[in-house]
Write a protein of this length. Sequence first.
Length: 61
Amino acid sequence: MLLEKAKLKNNDELEIKVGDGNILIIPVKKHKRLAGRLAEYKGDYQCGEWDTGKAKGKEVW
C-alpha cells in the first residue's frame, strides 16, 4: 500500500537522502527517448485551441 501511495513499482530506481533528521526517498526519473515515446503513441491525440487569458500588454489580436 505504501508503494502505491508513493506511485512506486518493484525495481524502480530510488535516490535516498538524509537531511535535518528526515529520510527522503526520491524516485529517479528516466527520460524517455523519442523512439520510446513514439512506440507508446496510440494515435488518439486531437489538437485544439486553448484560452490563454486576457491580453496584458500590446499583444496583437
